[in-house]
Design a protein around this ligand. Sequence first.
Ligand code: SIN
Length: 290
Amino acid sequence: MKSPLNVEPLTGVLGARVSGIDLKSELDKQVITLLRNAICEFEVVIVPDQSLTPEEQVKFSHLLGPYSPVPFVKPIDEHPEVIKVVKENTEPEAFNFGGVWHSDFSFLSTPPAFTILYAIDVPAIGGDTVWASTTAAYCHLDNDTKNRLHKITGIHSASASYSPDQQDLHSQLSNMTIETSETAKSTQEHPLVCKHPETGKPSLFFNPTYVRGLKGPELETAKEEELMKWLSQWTTGIQFTFRHKWSPGDLVIWDNRSTQHIALNDYKGERRELNRTTVSDSTKPSLYRP
Ligand code: SIN
């Protein structure tokens, strides 16, 4: 029988386009299962040509799982589960939200499984998002490096992004309310090599923004710094990436357990607005045991 979803891979590493689906219609269980499988397999899924109010986006998000709370960023009025990612055309020099490599809220004890971003207003040129597969970054390691990294724990924290000393940076965005806090300095440990709870695949659960340190046998300070630098470069290598040029009506769903991403800030004088929801995971990141 023909699948109700058309899934077209967009690179040989990650990213797929899904068509044949209207996300505001009543979606049956089979379609949701197929969509979820596509997200877990391709890590980033583009669903073009959608038309969703915040309420409809929330309803669709719930089909993938319960809401995952968003720290530091104020949601939009009347929709406590939706944040607006917006940079105005009058803010050419502002730092953009998500403008550094990160995996959403990896500093939480249970980071969100999926993030859903729906494009409302996007620049004619620029403002793309780039994702890197942390599954591919693990897969292409040699066996010695894999064995060494299995023993390492990542120390995650929002300190570099949401501590009070970062408030001025966030306040440059006039239509987003980001409230920094001392609580950003708390830390959370996760294994560096994690098992994806749905596919069982290993991934390097690292991102240079929220991983602030590493712990492991014989990992003294100099080696820790060296490994942090190496992981930052390796996990964001161009060979592991997929880049999306947004059109209004695109809805993109990504898996935070197998990717990290960056929003490019190359659209001076243009406006970019998207609505974002996050879906919680049912388990904490856990160590991959080969
Ligand atoms: C984010 O990191 O959630 C924002 C990504 C984007 O605006 O492209």
